[in-house]
Ligand binder design. Structure first.
Ligand SMILES: [Zn+2]
Length: 570
């Protein structure tokens, strides 16, 4: 939703290499599907003939030709797949990276991106079959078709998401050729970027928009650079929209961070005198400041309103830094001072007029408290997960680049998600030794077991002590080498030399941080180990101590199986 001025933009683009693989195959041709295509046509057969289809756009008004394209979301709001319903009840199911667009006449362009490229097919929606299949070695983001039947696709390179320009696939078949090169610079490097592709009568026009600049190129005419009239940012992720690309496995990781403040820094703020927030917005901002402070489960900065001088200022304004020109809210900082800007109600974006739920409670509104929490997250150092290529479920973060509007998953979330908390804990540490670690991450632990002596007389009592802490190492940030209280630690024992099962007891917390103990009167020589089982309610990994042998000497008072009640832990 917001984009601060960001560092580290990549410099000039490398020269384009011919990494496009394209093979267009008439659908009825012999031979099996190409690798990776096998999931593509679930439910939609190939057309048995390639009879000409109508290209009469007016026939789109024929209700019998209506189709339905929708995303399938899981309970967490993550886009998991798509379904295309064709007239007559045919269905086509596809994965989360599928698309259906550019209807024309009886036909529709559908496709699906995968790890190696993109399948694109032209469906005859009246007959419910596939007219033509194309396979691209790159990613297709956007298609258009001209009246002469040519198909234009926008390609993005898989490896680094570089724009590869607009390619034309002739209606008559034959090799694709690039008809428009992608511009270099901010329009195609900035995140998020957008592309609008428009078919002309005999060509195509493409408009790339980045953070603050758009470049328009057409097959006829000059290239132009201009300010965005509109940019596809801050949009709710609707079913059917292109989901941010990610590998399916990268689902739960802490969001990226920039270190900025020290532990428990007090960040006081005031409302700007002239760019003043209306009362309902003030209420939302104040609530968000409490949300950010209370839900971090970390020693993150504390937001508090001030009347006099303050490090932060809240502005309710239509004037945004250029990097936030298309954003509904924006966090920025200069040294130790910072500014949070909220765009005013009814600001006219291309996607519609901005409505804040606190002012106009209706679907499509944005929850100002939630949006402000996101901005406060930026101020204390959180970045968008998409920056690191992560696509997190709505329950895991409030730091998505794209803000969900009501009633989509996460629209009204008023506390940091688990992956935000993990990042804040890594940056600032946990407030107490008993604070639970965010389940978004797994922090390794170590447990060390000790005893006052390794030899003792039979009948004596021995107290074993375990110290539980997180492991050391810079990767853990402020979570490293931290003693852990109020956890469950086991003491296991078995006779020396035994390979049998362990006798397990639970150790007791002591008054010493991270320390657990247990006393017992061993009837024989045992080897002991302390075990911290992996908890299921927090992001800690279990650990096991080294084995510790305590030998018992002196005359035996029993033979064979000694009764455990004499030695039971106390
Ligand atoms: Zn943001």
């Amino acid at each position: 939703m917001t984009r601060e001025v960001r560092h580290g933009r990549r410099s000039a683009l490398l020269a384009m290499t011919a990494s496009l693989i394209l093979y267009g195959t008439p659908a009825a041709s012999a031979g099996g599907p190409s690798p990776g295509v096998q999931t593509a046509e679930r439910g939609v057969p190939r057309c048995t003939t390639l009879r000409p289809v109508s290209d009469d756009v007016r026939r789109r008004t024929d209700v019998s030709l209506s189709y339905r394209w929708q995303g399938r979301l899981d309970t967490s709001g993550t886009l998991r797949g798509h379904e295309l319903r064709l007239p007559g009840g045919r269905r086509w199911t596809a994965g989360p990276r599928a698309f259906a667009e550019s209807p024309r006449g009886d036909t529709l362009v559908t496709g699906e991106r995968d790890a190696r490229g993109t399948d694109v097919r032209i469906l005859d929606i009246r007959r419910g079959c596939v007219m033509r299949t194309l396979r691209f070695g790159s990613l297709v983001y956007g298609t258009a078709r001209s009246t002469d039947g040519s198909l234009y696709v926008s390609l993005v390179r898989r490896s680094d998401r570089r724009e590869m320009g607009i390619w034309e696939v002739p209606a008559a078949g034959g090799a694709a050729r690039r008809v428009l090169a992608a511009p270099s610079g901010r329009a195609t490097r900035a995140v998020p970027r957008s592309l609008r592709l428009e078919a002309l009568r005999d060509g195509v026009r493409a408009t790339w928009c980045g953070a603050g600049t758009c470049v328009t190129r057409a097959t006829t005419g000059q290239s132009t650079t201009h300010l965005p009239a509109s940019v596809d940012v801050d949009l709710d992720l609707e079913p059917g929209a292109s989901a941010p690309d990610s590998t399916p496995t990268a689902t739960r990781k802490p969001v990226p961070i920039h270190q900025r403040w020290s532990t428990w820094t007090v960040l006081d703020f005031k409302f700007h005198a002239t760019d003043s927030s209306p009362g309902w917005m003030r209420t939302a901002i104040l609530a968000a400041a409490e949300d950010a402070t209370d839900s971090s489960n970390a020693m993150s900065p504390i937001f508090t309103p001030a009347s006099g001088g303050a490090s932060g200022v809240i502005r309710y304004t239509a004037t945004m830094p250029e990097a936030c020109s298309a954003a509904i809210a924006c966090a920025s900082h200069s040294g130790s001072s910072w500014t949070l800007r909220m765009r005013p109600q009814n600001h006219d974006f291309r996607w519609g007029r901005l409505r804040w739920c606190e002012k106009t409670d209706a679907n499509g509104c944005f929850d100002a408290e939630r949006v402000a929490l996101h901005e406060f997250g930026h101020i204390i150092g959180l970045d968008h997960p998409e920056t690191a290529g992560l696509q997190l479920p709505a329950s895991a973060t409030v730091m998505h680049r794209v803000t969900p509007s009501k009633p989509n998953a996460g629209w009204g979330r008023h506390k940091f998600g688990a992956c935000d908390v993990a990042s804040l804990q890594r940056m600032f540490g946990l407030p107490t030794m008993s604070t639970r670690f965010s389940t978004c991450d797994t922090v390794p632990t170590r447990v060390v077991l000790s005893a006052p002596a390794t030899t003792m007389s039979r009948g004596q009592k021995v107290t074993l002590t375990a110290v539980l802490r997180t492991q050391s190492g810079s990767a853990l940030g402020a979570r490293a080498n931290m003693r852990l209280n109020e956890r469950s630690v086991q003491l296991r024992r078995r006779p020396v030399g035994s390979t049998g099962s362990w006798i397990t007891s639970w150790m007791k917390s002591t008054g010493t941080p991270g320390t657990y103990s247990l006393s017992l009167i061993p009837a024989q020589s045992y080897e002991y180990r302390a075990v911290f089982p992996t908890p299921d309610d927090e992001g800690l990994a279990g650990s096991t101590s080294s084995d510790l042998v305590i030998r018992v000497t002196g005359p035996s008072t029993c033979t064979g199986n000694c009764p455990h009640e004499e030695e039971d832990p106390t």
